[in-house]
Design a protein around this ligand. Structure first.
Ligand code: 5GP
Length: 184
């Protein structure tokens, strides 16, 4: 059961501290600044888990850009349903533009494979995927992000945007949730 007043009590251990996250994202921002210089990318965030990563990363990308967001539903609890639904589409056109998709975590690969397929139909100049976390052990389809900040082991994580039943997104670190929180 979830702790009623102190969400930190539900965390088994901290996987990535706030300092580690900041340092990793700053480094990735430098790489992306080089790779997207002169390209004015459309940076697409997949809501809602990407919000802290999106804000921190784009502030560390020193290039002009257009920011937009999509919302997709795929997960219920800790298990993938394999079904993906587009709840909110982009506001801007990506035709002929360089698109950089930002996501919080790649697990089965199903979500991003679908999103990339869908966006490719709109004829962007290029399309790349950048994820904060990659969990390669969870793959159900072949998918390789172009940029990744941290590769993590199997296990359900929360914090820094990632939720369990809409909670824990505001934790400043990425932590492993105690099993008893989601096993009853
Ligand atoms: P995929 O389609 O690659 O399986 O899953 C992508 C989505 O699943 C992520 O955007 C995230 O919402 C959810 N997800 C996958 N693994 C985890 C995890 O360890 N913790 C949380 N909170 N969400 C996860």
């Amino acid at each position: 059961m979830m702790h009623k007043t102190d969400m930190r009590q539900d965390i088994e251990s901290i996987l990535l501290s706030a300092e580690e996250l900041k340092a990793g994202i700053e480094k990735l921002g430098k790489t992306l600044t080089e790779d997207y210089r002169g390209k004015e990318p459309v940076v697409v965030g997949i809501l809602r888990g990407v919000v802290p990563f999106y804000a921190t990363l784009t502030q560390n990308m020193d290039v002009p850009m257009v920011q937009d967001f999509m919302s997709i539903s795929s997960y219920h609890g800790t298990q993938t349903t394999g079904e993906i639904r587009f709840k909110k589409d982009l506001d801007v056109s990506i035709q002929g533009r360089h698109v950089l998709i930002l996501e919080d975590i790649v697990d089965s690969g199903l979500t991003l494979k679908k999103v990339v397929e869908e966006l490719k139909i709109r004829n962007p100049a290029s399309i790349k995927v950048c994820t904060l976390l990659d969990k390669p052990s969870g793959r159900k389809v072949e998918f390789q992000p172009d940029y990744c900040c941290f590769t993590i082991p199997d296990g359900f994580v929360v914090g820094f945007g990632l939720d369990y039943n809409d909670h824990y997104r505001n934790l400043p670190y990425v932590g492993i949730l105690k099993k008893e929180v989601y096993s009853d």
